[in-house]
Design a protein around this ligand. Structure first.
Ligand SMILES: Cc1ncc(COP(=O)(O)O)c(C=O)c1O
Length: 400
């Protein structure tokens, strides 16, 4: 009999981590590799945030805190929700974890029973379905397409809801497509949810601050206050404040749900790193001006990548509203053969041949539940991006 549990047998390791690791290994072996897989800003945490962490260490603020976070950070999070999202949460309605990932995991563990269904628009962030499986639930992917700019429609949501549906996981702007739902598009979805009072919404707002061309970020409980009592609003400091390694994510939601999530955390990891919590207080309460500069930088890179990709025959790349990803469709390349002799029959073989023959490391679409596509993270320098796009263009042009 297998020693590892059935639960672990059901899930797969993160493909994005696998691509990043392979790219690092090839680089270490002397290959000329450009990694376009990592989902994190390529610049450093701002100095004022680092200084807050150093001050916390020097002041001896290095002990345990309450399992789901310290009051100072909960206060800063309540203020943030009110200031930026028009949402009123009390500290008892807020939980803080080791990254947005742990927040989502705690919520699913705290709420799912075997057979409960979770609707996940595809393409999706790689961890959602596996987390649902780990928690005993059943992921229900809803396939979108390049034609709908990778957004789920109200009709699709309506059709996916069953009596067993417990959650909709909603992510806008999205990883991996960068797609952002407008106020009207989101309202169409929340109208559907209002007709199904047993369905809750877990909204992953991690890319809130990375939105371009005046795109107005909005979150479900703000658009439809009637959903406030069944919404978990998840966010974190990782992407906006270049703090991926600090591991702080948080959520606001109904108190009974937050209490359940605290129970999970108190019996697993306890409080998120105390020093990181002090850094997050500074991130949320401190100056926010640099966020605009980051948006300007990422927008320039987005435009560069989209333009280059759309110039390739057989590739279609919508202009994303936010995040730092593009998710081109490569239907027009399937069935061709690479210069190195690989038959491109899937997006996985495309990504593998591209890496082996050009050194450009992208993540294949199947990892995110929609093919044939690939994901580029453009959170890398302009020069490297331009070089990577050149290699991709040359590679695609040489396919026969
Ligand atoms: C959509 C989405 N949600 C959550 C996370 C996790 O963020 P954190 O690093 O705070 O755990 C990521 C990170 O890639 C993400 O892309």
């Amino acid at each position: 009999m297998a020693f590892l549990s059935d639960t672990i047998a059901r899930i797969k390791p993160s493909p994005t981590v696998a691509v990043t690791t392979l790219a690092q290994e090839l680089k270490a072996a002397g290959h000329d590799v450009i990694g376009l897989g990592a989902g994190e800003p390529d610049f450093d945490t701002p100095d004022h945030i680092k200084a807050a962490a150093i001050a916390a260490i020097n002041a001896g603020k290095t002990k345990y805190t309450a399992p789901d976070g310290m009051p100072e950070l909960k206060r800063a999070i309540c203020d943030k929700f009110l200031r930026e999202n028009g949402l009123t949460y009390t500290p008892k309605q807020v939980t803080i974890s080791g990254g947005g990932k742990q927040v989502l995991f705690n919520a699913l563990i705290a709420t799912l029973n075997v057979g409960d269904e979770v609707i996940i628009p595809a393409p999706y962030w790689v961890s959602y379905p596996d987390m649902v499986l780990m928690a005993g639930g059943t992921p229900v992917p809803v396939l979108t397409s390049v034609a709908s700019r990778f957004k789920m429609t109200a009709d699709q949501l309506e059709a996916a809801i069953t009596p067993k549906t417990k959650w909709l996981i909603f992510n806008s702007p999205s990883n991996p497509t960068g797609a952002g739902y407008t106020r009207d598009e989101l309202k169409a979805l929340t109208d559907v949810l209002m007709r199904h009072p047993h369905v809750w919404v877990m909204t992953d707002d991690m890319y809130e601050h990375l939105a371009y061309d005046g795109f107005e970020f909005c979150t479900p409980a703000q658009i439809e206050p009637g959903l406030y009592d069944r919404t978990l609003t998840v966010n974190g400091v990782s992407k906006a404040y270049a703090m991926t390694g600090w591991r702080i994510g948080y959520a606001g939601g109904p108190e009974h749900l937050i209490t359940g999530m605290r129970k999970v955390q108190s019996q697993s990891t306890s409080n998120p790193c105390t020093i990181s919590q002090w850094a997050a207080v500074e991130a949320l309460n401190g100056p926010q001006g640099f966020l605009k500069d980051n948006v300007t930088l990422f927008r320039r890179r987005r435009d560069l990548v989209v333009e280059q990709l759309n110039a390739i025959e057989g590739v279609t790349c919508p202009v994303p509203e936010g995040a730092f990803y593009v998710y081109p469709d490569i239907s027009g390349l399937i069935g061709k053969t690479s210069p190195g002799g690989t038959l491109i029959d899937t997006d996985e073989t495309f990504a593998k041949a591209l890496l082996e023959e050009t050194g450009a490391a992208v993540v294949f679409g199947a990892a995110f539940g929609l093919s044939p596509n690939f994901r580029i993270s453009y959170a890398t320098s302009d020069d490297l991006l331009a070089e990577a796009c050149q290699r991709i263009r040359k590679f695609c042009a040489a396919l026969t």
